[in-house]
Write a protein that binds this ligand. Structure first.
Ligand code: SF4
Length: 221
């Protein structure tokens, strides 16, 4: 059994776009030092996407699970964010998460929420923090992902409405301070809109945080 697992580690490939160390630039953990593993591929095409290179089909390297973990270990942090693109597209995501957990990592997964992986559901524990950022136009979130969501992050663009945020199926699982409103590309108009939406949510008793893309403010990757 162990031998089979070891072999898989050496042969199972993941399409990795980049692995780097920075500070968390988005969401509730902003400012903390963190390593990023960006996986290749996305099933959506958001008009304002700032990581189009993650799904252009030519900007990745195929690494084994072992090689990926070794690269993360070189960065010297015990906090790692697995992002994309859309990381749930990678069949090896559960294996990567499981092995990083065994090595004592706190794992953050950023997903657009449209996909689910049964195997991942079996390995998620309290050291896995899932940020779901539903995307326009439908803001669909896979029902099986919903109970595992720790943070709900919305890009505030010119089209989003308060109703897109008020999804009762999701809100019943969330703590009251776990919604993040992220003004698109830190634009002034979108900051104003985020303030308006924040106020509308507050009138319904829902707390939210307006957090810009801080890594861009700081000039970090
Ligand atoms: S879901 Fe994320 S990675 Fe995919 S197109 Fe939208 S913003 Fe880009």
């Amino acid at each position: 059994m162990l031998k089979k697992k070891t072999n898989n580690l050496e042969t199972e490939k993941i399409k990795v776009v980049e692995i780097f160390r920075t500070v968390e630039g988005e969401g509730r953990w902003v400012g903390l030092p963190i390593s990023f593993v960006r996986l290749e591929g996305c099933n959506l095409r958001c008009s304002w996407c700032d990581t189009t290179y993650s799904y252009d089909g030519k900007s990745y390297t195929e690494l084994t699970v072992s090689q990926t973990i070794k690269e993360v270990e070189k960065l010297g942090l015990k906090r790692v964010c697995i992002t994309g693109g859309e990381p749930f597209l990678s069949p090896s995501l559960p294996r990567l998460v499981q092995l990083l957990l065994e090595k004592g990592y706190k794992i953050f997964i950023e997903t657009n929420g449209t996909l689910w992986n049964e195997e991942l559901g079996k390995v998620i524990n309290e050291n896995v923090y899932i940020t779901c950022s539903p995307k326009p136009p439908v803001y669909f979130v896979h029902p099986k992902l919903i109970p595992f969501i720790d943070e709900l992050k919305f890009v505030i663009d010119s089209n989003i409405k308060v109703e897109n945020i008020l999804n009762p199926q999701i809100l019943q699982f969330l703590k009251n301070d776990t919604i993040v409103l992220q003004p698109e590309s830190n634009k002034e108009q979108m900051v104003k809109k985020a303030l308006y939406i924040q106020d509308q949510l507050l009138k319904l008793g829902i707390e939210s945080r307006i957090i810009p893309q801080c890594h861009k403010v700081l000039g970090l990757p």
